[in-house]
Design a protein. Structure first.
Length: 237
């Protein structure tokens, strides 16, 4: 059965990726709005989750219908597929993604904001670009831990909280938990081996908890409040 899953999942994944990325790029070149390009992404996303046998189970909360900064804990690069939002999303990604074929092209088509994590000015500019995107009706997605872990919650990088406070934009927190923690992508595991593990897995699910919006003019307090909310809502926190 494992071989069978690899035989049909890998070709379908590659073909669907190339098709979706091609359509999104053409749409972008023709001047299509991010909403149209996000629609293409949404169709591909649902198809991919079905192909991989991954279900999203909402434990509590409702997907936000307004533009806000969406902040959650981080388990793997696949987390971007498990976020529910009533508005188009835009992602913050490390600059190293530019070296990843297919994923980088997809990120470009969706107006992803790239950041050099070891460059203070780059981090500041990226945060401002994300916050400004809310005025365009977009919801930036940020993983404030900055890296992945199997379980629990790491300390937050506080920068985006201060930007949110300064620019008076709301933060909607969420928590994701894998039914199998071993599906997380952590440490020095390479991208391709992890992707193959996902292909070989028959099915699994992700529990999603969505919170109410946080807002305020104190970045430090926002960071502490959001961290405390996530900690409370993590089953294995």
């Amino acid at each position: 059965m494992v071989i069978f899953r690899l035989i049909y999942r890998i070709p379908v994944f590659i073909i669907s990726c190339l098709l979706a990325i091609g359509l999104a790029f053409i749409a972008k070149l023709l001047g299509a709005s991010i909403k149209i390009r996000h629609g293409i992404y949404s169709v591909w996303r649902k198809s991919f989750l079905f192909l991989m046998g991954i279900k999203i189970k909402v434990k509590s909360g409702l997907k936000p219908e307004f533009a806000a900064i969406l902040m959650g804990n981080h388990r793997s690069y696949a987390d971007v597929l498990f976020i529910l939002s009533g508005t188009p999303t835009v992602f913050l990604s490390k600059a190293e993604i530019k070296k990843w074929p297919i994923i980088y092209q997809a990120a470009q088509a969706l107006d992803t904001v790239f950041v050099q994590r070891n460059d203070k000015e780059s981090r500041s500019n990226a945060r401002k670009d994300l916050a400004k995107s809310i005025s365009r009706g977009l919801s930036p997605v940020v993983f404030p831990e900055g890296t992945t872990s199997y379980s629990g919650l790491l300390d937050f990088n506080p920068g985006m909280f201060y930007t949110a406070a300064q620019m008076q934009v709301p933060i909607v927190p969420f928590v994701i938990e894998y039914s199998d923690p071993e599906m997380a992508w952590v440490g020095k595991e390479k991208f391709i081996p992890h992707l193959l593990r996902m292909f070989m897995r028959p099915k699994w699910h992700v529990d999603l908890t969505i919170g109410d919006a946080f807002s305020g003019d104190n970045g430090e307090k926002l960071s502490k409040d959001v961290h405390a909310w996530m900690q409370r809502n993590l089953t294995n926190g």
